[in-house]
Design a protein around this ligand. Structure first.
Ligand code: XMP
Length: 518
């Protein structure tokens, strides 16, 4: 059985697809962890890995200083699968030969298995199948002990293996969906070559996590900031399961939440998740803070700082508090651990509860740091969290303050909340939207325009509807919502929300726009 203590280790050579490999392995119900490519063997061995996967990477193994791995990995007896750059590395380090290819191979290709060398890696695959390639260098001479397992029209050695030592390499990318049999190849490696049983599931994770939290925290007091989002809710619930009353949660009602939200989430925290929550009514404080502030960055910074101040005040009032719970997820951990991730230009100062520890002298409890977002949702379900928390759409830390464009006051927040409620009701109530928008909300613009209602002239606010499709919020496209649905939202907003006489639909993607308007 795999568990968090004996994972499949994925060594990251800077591939675009490292996270995808980890996800595919976990989808095969085998636990996996990503480590930087130069992790010393001692550190890998300590984890008792059941198998090791070497990712692709942007470099060439033929160049001086190319990312390498600890030589002891290939001698350890642990089964290894090298993907793309990973295969080239196995070939190079085991004594084969490579050349920089004059013909590059990108995109789809047809993989033909070598009929005379049946391999457990390709068990059950058809003789020909579509694979996805992306490489320059090519293996021209096999290392001693290896056999060629497959070729494509352009690449003579597209897969290689040493059955005895359980070392395998594939030039193609089994982790991408364009490789028709990719899932099968990975499963063959995990189950067939490495002999791992597909037993990883969220129930195991929950039990492991609870034991680890207890061991880390002991008798100490722990504090957690709840945002209403899924990450902090799941993290807090796990910690509460582990240490019960030693945990105090703090929820700050900034007044910048959506209609009904503060009541809904606090009720769920208390009645369903049984968390000890201190609800801080900071609505007045935030309105004062934001009065007259128009600049979006200034709003974001003020809101973030105020949140930290309030949270610090609350934490200081809890005697003996030593730990802080954070809902950090695996992508953030990988981002800061693996090399080569260059920070881009700052577009917006994102604020969420993850900004807290830099300011506070508390040790961190991060029970989700090995999980992906969809796995966090699954843990939430295992823990019995309500669907409206588990499936909550992303909501920015600064809340509605970045959706009321320009100065924020209670009257404008009220208009936005009412319009936003209609947008959510209509989209939530529309079955079969394909794809279902990833995020959808209303924005109150600072524009007024002329309209006519009854027989009278109006001069009132303009509301924009934003609905996007996205995987992760990094890029997004505007959702192609049915016209009838748009019409219903528009009619309801102008009829039901006082002070609005015009509704527009935002048809910009990200980039060049961003998801939020501020
Ligand atoms: P942008 O507007 O940057 O938004 O394209 C991308 C995604 O991030 C959300 N967002 C935030 N999330 N704190 C957060 O936790 C923030 O300060 C913040 N600002 C934007 C946004 O809703 C979208 O899903």
């Amino acid at each position: 059985m795999t568990s968090a203590s004996s994972p499949v280790v994925i060594l990251d050579f800077g591939a675009q697809y490292s996270q995808l490999i980890a996800r595919r392995v976990r989808e095969a119900r085998v636990y996996s962890e990503i480590l930087p490519h130069d992790t010393p063997w001692e550190e890998i061995r300590r984890r008792e890995p059941r198998a090791i996967i070497l990712t692709g990477g942007p470099e060439s193994t033929l160049e001086p200083g190319a990312p390498a791995m600890d030589a002891r990995i290939l001698e350890s007896g642990v089964p290894v699968l090298g993907i793309c750059y990973g295969m080239q590395l196995i070939a190079r380090d085991c004594g084969g030969r490579l050349i920089p290819s004059s013909i590059r191979e990108y995109g789809q290709a047809e993989l033909a298995l070598e009929a005379d060398v049946p391999s457990p890696l390709f068990e059950g695959l058809p003789a020909h199948s579509v694979v996805w390639m992306s490489h320059g260098d090519t293996v021209t001479e096999l290392p001693p002990g290896f056999k060629p397992l497959a070729h494509t029209a352009r690449t003579e050695i597209a897969a290689l293996g040493d059955r005895q030592r359980k070392l395998y390499g594939v030039q193609f990318h089994p982790e991408v969906v364009h490789t028709a049999q990719g899932r099968r190849v990975l499963e063959n490696f995990l189950y067939g070559v490495a002999g791992i049983e597909p037993t990883w599931q969220m129930g195991n994770f929950v039990d492991d996590a609870i034991a680890r939290i207890r061991a880390q925290v002991g008798e100490a007091k722990v504090v957690c900031a709840l945002s209403g989002g899924v990450d902090s809710a799941v993290a807090a619930t796990l910690v509460a399961r582990a240490i019960g009353e030693q945990l105090t949660c703090v929820f700050v009602d900034t007044g910048l939440l959506r209609a009904g939200e503060a009541d809904e989430v606090t009720a769920a925290f208390r009645d369903v998740m049984h968390l000890d929550v201190r609800c801080i009514d900071a609505r007045e404080r935030y309105l004062k803070l934001l009065a007259g502030v128009v600049d979006p960055e200034r709003k974001r910074v003020l809101i973030g700082h105020e949140f930290i101040k309030i949270f610090e005040e609350q934490a200081a009032a809890i005697a003996g508090v030593r730990f802080l719970v954070q809902g950090t997820l695996y992508p953030d951990v990988i981002e800061s651990k693996t090399k080569g991730s260059k920070a881009g230009h700052k577009i917006k100062t994102h604020h969420n509860v993850g900004g807290l520890p830099e300011q506070m002298k508390l040790e961190l409890v991060e029970p989700l740091r090995l999980l992906f977002k969809d796995e966090v949702r699954e843990v939430g379900r295992v823990l019995g969290l309500p669907e409206h928390i588990v499936n909550r759409q992303p909501f920015p830390g600064p809340g509605l303050a970045v959706r009321v464009l320009g100065a924020v006051d209670e009257a404008r927040l009220r208009v936005l909340r009412a319009a936003d409620k209609i947008v959510r009701e209509e989209i939530d109530g529309s079955d079969g939207l394909q794809p279902h928008p990833w995020q959808y909300f209303a924005v109150l613009t600072p524009l007024k325009s002329v309209g006519v209602m009854g027989d009278g002239r109006t001069y009132a606010n303009m509301v924009a509807i934003r609905a996007i499709t996205s995987e992760d919020g990094m890029t997004a496209d505007w959702a192609r919502l049915p016209f009838d649905l748009l019409a219903r939202m528009s009619t309801r907003i102008v009829n039901e929300v006082e002070g609005v006489n015009r509704v527009v639909y935002d048809i910009t993607s990200k980039p060049p726009a961003t998801v939020e308007w501020e």
